[in-house]
Ligand binder design. Structure first.
Ligand code: F3S
Length: 402
């Protein structure tokens, strides 16, 4: 790879051992993927923030990066952590875990990272522009940034995203290059989809239909006339989870679709397939549900307003987590939505989510509107799942036992 003088100086240790280590990581990646050079990035999103994922070795690595002079050179935010940083006790997190999670957050803060822990950074102040090179981890956010915003990022891992933050660079390969952004498969959706639940199921069907190929397969999705931000974030989460998709185009909806014609290779998606996908995520009976969660990916303020409307004056009957970013929760506080939700007995789980929090063994069956959460609820925590439309998750939380 060709390095600029500044990049070579970083590699040689001019800025300390942390930027040098970061450059080494990027150089190794660039060499593997045959990048010719680095590109400056404008935004970074780091994943692997939960102590549940990082463990002691991850904490040690972060501490070394702090001691080695690591400093974020561009706007950098974090993925959800293993707990609500303020209200972890209310979520049943133990004190030992909390202490370790706090050390992780402090290490990132010491490096100048904005410690907003969310998988929807684009709703919390980290919103790149069309065409910008960025380095994001978190598959749902990567898919959203590439597809809906038109920014350019590979699916980074935690270390490579941190390396991009500490150097302000990424190796120029994959989704950063025009020719890898062209669609490779036309997906004809022959079914009406509305709501986050349906879009999540659609992402599962599309994801499972296409072959995984290191995030290089790019579907061109036809037949969708309208999609809200909330529906698109749900689709991005499930298509990334079930198909490894980092970018799709949707004519009339995503910004790069107009540059391309639909590829000749095509698949069709019909009603029966969508219904089968919904069914496949419903292995729990209604009376088995002991945990409910909305906010995978993290909720927008519009979704929180809807939850408040549905819960006003009522009492939930089971553990019900409302997961979102701290900035969005602060808007919910300001608008009075948070008070209404908390009075119902539902719990805000800010900075975290039902997947990254250490809750294995605490519950039996999760009800959610998120196809991604269903996947990990089973794969990570061994929960049964009930996959319901958004409003029905709230109704289920309110339903009294017979
Ligand atoms: Fe976000 Fe957790 Fe879902 S990180 S996308 S809420 S699994």
């Amino acid at each position: 790879m060709r390095l600029t003088k500044e990049e070579q100086a970083m590699l040689d240790g001019a800025g300390g051992s942390a930027p040098a280590k970061a450059m080494e990581i990027l150089l190794a990646l660039g060499t593997i993927y045959e990048a010719e050079r680095m590109a400056p990035v404008t935004s970074v999103q780091i994943a692997g923030v939960s102590y549940d994922n990082l463990g002691e070795s991850g904490l040690k690595f972060l501490t070394e990066m702090v001691q080695g002079g690591g400093t974020a050179r561009v706007l950098t935010t974090l993925n959800p952590a293993g707990m609500d940083i303020h209200n972890w006790r209310q979520l049943g997190i133990d004190a030992d875990f909390a202490a370790k999670q706090e050390r992780i957050i402090q290490a990132f803060a010491d490096m100048g990272v904005v410690t907003t822990c969310t998988c929807t950074p684009y709703l919390a102040g980290n919103l790149p522009h069309f065409g910008e090179h960025i380095a994001w981890a978190e598959s749902s956010a990567v898919c959203y940034a590439n597809s809906v915003i038109g920014a350019r990022t590979n699916r980074e891992g935690g270390p490579s995203a941190l390396a991009a933050s500490l150097t302000g660079r990424t190796a120029l390969y994959g989704m950063h290059l025009d020719h890898n952004r062209a669609p490779t498969l036309t997906v004809n959706v022959e079914v009406k989809t509305t709501g986050s639940h349906h879009f999540g199921a659609l992402g599962k069907v599309i994801g499972e239909k296409i072959e995984k190929s290191e995030g290089k397969l790019v579907p061109y999705i036809m037949g969708i006339k309208n999609a809200t931000l909330e529906e698109l974030k749900s689709l991005c989460a499930s298509i990334g989870t079930y198909g490894g998709v980092a970018l799709f185009h949707m004519p009339g909806i995503t910004p790069e679709a107009g540059q391309y014609v639909p590829p000749q290779d095509s698949v069709h998606i019909n009603q029966a397939e969508l219904e089968a996908a919904v069914q496949s995520m419903n292995d729990a009976d209604a009376d088995e549900i002991d945990f409910l969660s909305l906010g995978c990916p993290h909720l927008s303020i519009k979704e929180i307003a809807r939850i408040a409307e549905l819960l006003a004056g009522k009492q939930v009957q089971r553990e019900f987590w409302i997961t979102t970013s701290r900035p969005t929760k602060q808007i919910a506080d300001m608008m009075g939505y948070a008070g209404i939700i908390e009075e119902s007995g539902a719990k805000f789980a800010v900075d975290t989510c039902c997947v990254v929090a250490p809750i294995k063994g605490r519950f039996n069956a999760l009800a959610t509107d998120s196809a991604k959460a269903c996947f990990y609820a089973y794969a990570k925590n061994n929960f049964k799942t009930r996959f319901l439309p958004f409003d029905e998750v709230v109704s289920e939380a309110l339903r009294e036992e017979k």
